[in-house]
Design a protein around this ligand. Structure first.
Ligand SMILES: Cc1cc2nc3c(=O)[nH]c(=O)nc-3n(C[C@H](O)[C@H](O)[C@H](O)COP(=O)(O)OP(=O)(O)OC[C@H]3O[C@@H](n4cnc5c(N)ncnc54)[C@H](O)[C@@H]3O)c2cc1C
Length: 414
């Protein structure tokens, strides 16, 4: 008798979930497993290029083509993979009975991969949620762009043309890259509305004593210098304690006015609608076993921004796309092994290189062995890394077209 075909459900089609689904299909034939990917959105979001949506002007590139370049429809990406796609928000996960619920429907699974990502963390700072713009979706990016443009347009109509202050709360990777790219937008809108460019100030407010807390000085110092060179102001040891409509209050009591605040201070795991409550870390990420399964539920796996995965020194791994993809590769391999009756393994964490683009064709590449590369060569590496990723998902010509579009935007923005 043929063994029963398994059903593998993957919830979340981001860097973790989409790659897990594609690899599961690569390792398991249709006869062995049905694979269903469930996502509340219709597209896979390529976050590393979200900055371009926030900072490019419609005069130079249409919003439609910008969106197309970072939001890859699941219908296109999955068309050649024989993976079923369901557009729905999963509202309940019944771990004991092995089914997930969305709308009025349910899916019974044999194995479940959860990769629902992260949400913006306001750290319970009063007023932060109500008064800040965020930067975690295409709509957020478009809102930042239009808010800055509206601000400059309105102020340019006044005779005084007062100075404008845009505050970026948090000097981590996101705050740094966003501040740098917004200097492009600042230049374009100043030109468009005949507003003095020097009157638009972009400032990063960072609570600790350095940018990108946790990184070494070989990374932070060149990036700080680059930001200063392109006109971004930096404030350190400035912990925000409260946000109101037009001002922030720092922990030391100092009050500073702003015209626009963008909150990039951090993320936390998105709430997972488990029927049986599970253990989470302070960043709301579910703790995992050494094979990335959920404690007491060996057929449920957690990967990406929503999983708390500890390295050998018990430090949690960073929330990055590179980590999510590595974890996706691991769980796809292990689930395929279980289905085939082969031995499984424990997850071994590893550090990955990272690249921080800081405006135009300048980036900083840092390798786990400490090697650092700055400037245009590092920017080339970033473009090649994007191309390599697109090639995982799309046919070569489509991947090349996307990567080329990206290069053209950077060139225009420079
Ligand atoms: C602006 C920005 C730039 C970044 N740049 C980089 C970079 O250059 N390099 C890098 O390594 N990392 C980068 N990151 C971090 C990286 O994007 C994340 O670490 C990565 O996306 C995590 O992958 P994930 O699969 O856990 O979550 P995500 O990629 O966020 O995917 C989660 C998916 O789950 C879906 N979902 C959520 N809840 C539900 C639900 N209940 N039901 C159904 N679907 C659901 C969402 O729609 C989404 O598609 C960046 C992040 C941001 C915000």
């Amino acid at each position: 008798m043929q063994p029963k075909q398994k059903l593998i459900a993957v919830v979340g089609g981001g860097f973790g979930g989409l790659n897990a689904a594609i690899l599961l299909r690569k390792y398991l034939s249709k006869e062995k497993a049905d694979i269903v990917l469930v996502d509340k959105s219709t597209y896979h979001l390529f976050y590393p290029n979200l900055y371009e949506v926030a900072s490019s002007e419609e005069e130079f590139v249409s919003i439609k083509s910008l969106k197309k370049s970072i939001a890859l429809p699941f219908s296109e990406v999955l068309s050649k993979h024989d993976i079923q796609f369901v557009e729905a928000e999963v509202t309940k996960i019944h771990q004991k009975e092995n089914y997930i619920v969305f709308r009025e429907e349910k899916i019974d699974y044999d194995y479940l991969v959860l990769a629902t990502g992260a949400v913006v963390d306001f750290f319970n700072v009063p007023g932060a949620r109500e008064h800040s713009l965020t930067f975690k979706s295409v709509n957020d990016a478009l809102k930042i762009r239009s808010s800055i443009e509206a601000l400059v347009q309105q102020t340019s109509a006044t005779t005084a043309k007062r100075a404008l202050r845009i505050v970026i709360a948090g000097g981590g990777f996101t705050g740094v890259e966003l501040a740098a790219e917004l200097t492009n937008l600042k230049k374009i809108v100043a030109w468009k509305y005949s507003f003095p460019e020097e009157k638009i100030e972009i400032e990063i407010i960072e609570g600790t004593s350095q940018l990108m807390p946790g990184m070494g000085t070989d990374v932070c110092l060149p990036i700080s210098q680059r930001l200063k060179d392109i006109g971004v102001r930096l404030s350190f040891n400035s912990m925000i304690a409260e946000v109101s409509a037009n001002s922030i209050t720092l922990k030391n009591g100092e009050v500073q006015n702003f015209d626009l605040i963008i909150w990039t201070a951090g993320v936390r795991g998105a709430d997972i609608p488990f029927e049986v409550k599970t253990e989470v870390d302070p960043k709301n990420r579910c703790t995992t076993c050494t094979d990335l399964s959920l404690k007491d539920f060996p057929n449920i796996y957690l990967i990406g921004d929503n999983a708390c995965i500890l390295d050998a020194k018990k430090n949690s791994m960073p929330q990055t796309a590179t980590q999510a993809i590595d974890q996706a590769e691991f769980v796809a391999h292990n689930i395929a092994a279980l289905v085939k009756g082969h031995p499984t393994f424990e997850y071994v964490t590893k550090p990955f290189p990272y690249i921080v683009p800081v405006k135009g064709k300048w980036a900083l590449l840092h390798l786990p062995n400490g090697f650092t590369l700055k400037g245009f060569p590092a920017w080339i590496v970033k473009q090649l890394a994007s191309l390599r990723y697109f090639m995982r998902l799309l046919p070569l010509w489509q991947a090349l077209a996307l990567a080329w579009f990206d290069v053209k935007i950077y060139t225009k923005n420079d």
